[in-house]
Design a protein around this ligand. Structure first.
Ligand code: UDP
Length: 416
């Protein structure tokens, strides 16, 4: 179901100056605890990773619909990549804002999202808004809710690369969301410590794991790979599959060209390696990928894969090279070695458990690390025993249980 309401101006309370980490709450926690009731929660997402990570949370909320009414809003930031995820998880989307426009800047998108979200939130009056991660949609949703004095729950809170402009603008987005959120669902203990170090109140932080693991486990168990993936695998034959994804804004242009050249030279040096690159639809990614990797033997440039196919491809990978955030969480879940094509990472846990190595974006360093992975037979073996630092697939129920607690509603037992 999808409904757009007219974007008329609806009056809303003028916000008081924000007090750090004292985000608005509609009721005191004591009165909330004392009066079990039905609450409503608006879940807002815009991009593929947000949809993947919020799908299990929405499912867990729907399991508790007697206690919590869940309103799902898609901004449409990346509509083409998100719709397959919506279909895959059978999500009911109550509002689809269809905000996707080619080449729009973070400012334009954020402004348009806030303008479109305000009347919907003002009409729905949810008791809380849930946002995930660090996208412009998440920031826009959090700011809109803040201005309407609706408490915000931030999923995947406390991640920091330590560099305000890398990844850009995501690192700043998540820092800003922290400042307006009432509740922080931190994937790991390190994320919790980071939030505490920034002055966030301990009682507002819940360590939950990352619901990407829930999504991953659900899909891997239930959804078989398609003929399209089988074709890709057939073409690769018995060669070692090197899966590449690269799309981050700060890597576009020269940086990406340098990395892709190093990858091409590596493939050309090793006849037993096949590179598979599911390309992000961003034209800036495609033009560089085509220019550097097009018409190269043992290189497959393919359209984005549906999530089950992508996971199946990762599970067949010999090595992954990626600048993606989500892939840094999936590699340890799959026990696959990953070279991170970024200068910094906000997920050092993947490096600490030995699943990932931080390459940076120097082509020379990438070339050296590819060669080292090629000769290092032991890396795969060591991964067999790692424990995934991002959780075991129970994050969504933990998030919903914590949310129910702060909202003062009682859950049916199985999800508490
Ligand atoms: N992904 C997918 N198909 C693809 C490439 C990636 O389903 O062809 C999934 C991947 O498994 C991960 C998510 O998309 O869960 C990552 O999204 P992306 O790399 O766009 O964003 P980031 O994680 O960097 O924010």
């Amino acid at each position: 179901m999808s409904a757009l309401i007219p974007l008329t101006a609806i009056p809303y309370p003028v916000p008081e100056p924000a007090k750090r980490f004292q985000a608005p709450s509609r009721q005191s926690s004591s009165s909330a605890q004392a009066s079990p009731k039905r609450s409503s929660v608006a879940v807002i997402f815009g991009t593929r990773p947000e949809a993947i990570k919020l799908a299990p949370v929405i499912q867990a909320l729907n399991m508790q619909e007697q206690a919590i009414r869940c309103v799902v809003i898609a901004t449409g930031q990346h509509s083409r990549l998100v719709q397959p995820v919506i279909d895959l998880f059978g999500m009911r989307v109550d509002y689809n804002l269809s905000l996707m426009q080619p080449g729009q800047s973070p400012n334009t998108l954020t402004a348009r999202a806030m303008t479109a979200l305000e009347p919907i939130l003002a009409q729905e009056k949810p008791d809380a808004v849930l946002v995930q991660g660090d996208t412009s949609s998440a920031l826009a949703a959090a700011l809109t809710a803040f201005h309407l004095r609706i408490p915000i729950g931030h999923i995947e809170a406390g991640l920091r690369s330590g560099d305000a402009t890398n990844p850009f603008p995501e690192e700043m987005n998540r820092r800003l969301i922290t400042n307006v959120a009432s509740w922080h669902f931190a994937p790991t203990g390190a994320n919790r410590r980071q939030l505490l170090a920034e002055g966030v109140a301990a009682k507002t932080i819940f360590v939950t794991g990352n619901p990407v693991v829930d999504a991953f486990l659900t899909i891997r168990r239930r959804v078989p790979a398609t003929e399209r993936l089988r074709d890709i695998l057939r073409q690769a034959g018995s060669r070692r599959i090197l899966v590449v994804t690269m799309h981050r804004r700060e890597n576009l242009g020269e940086v990406m060209a340098g990395c892709l050249k190093a990858l091409r030279q590596f493939v050309q040096r090793h006849a037993d390696v096949e590179l598979v690159f599911p390309m992000h639809p961003n034209p800036a990614v495609r033009s560089v990928a085509d220019a550097v990797l097009g018409n190269t033997e043992r290189v497959q440039l393919v359209e984005p894969l549906d999530y089950p196919d992508f996971l199946a491809l990762l599970s067949r990978a010999w090595l992954i090279a990626s600048d993606s955030g989500g892939v840094q969480e999936e590699a340890p879940a799959l026990r696959k070695p990953l070279l991170i094509l970024r200068e910094t990472t906000e997920r050092p846990e993947a490096v600490q458990v030995g699943a990932a190595r931080l390459v940076g974006t120097s082509p020379r360093r990438l070339a050296a690390m590819l060669e080292s992975a090629y000769v290092d037979e032991s890396w795969h073996g060591r991964l067999r025993t790692i424990i995934n630092p991002f959780g075991r697939g129970k994050s969504a129920v933990r998030i919903v249980a914590a949310l129910a607690k702060v909202l003062g509603v009682s859950l049916r037992k199985e999800a508490a």
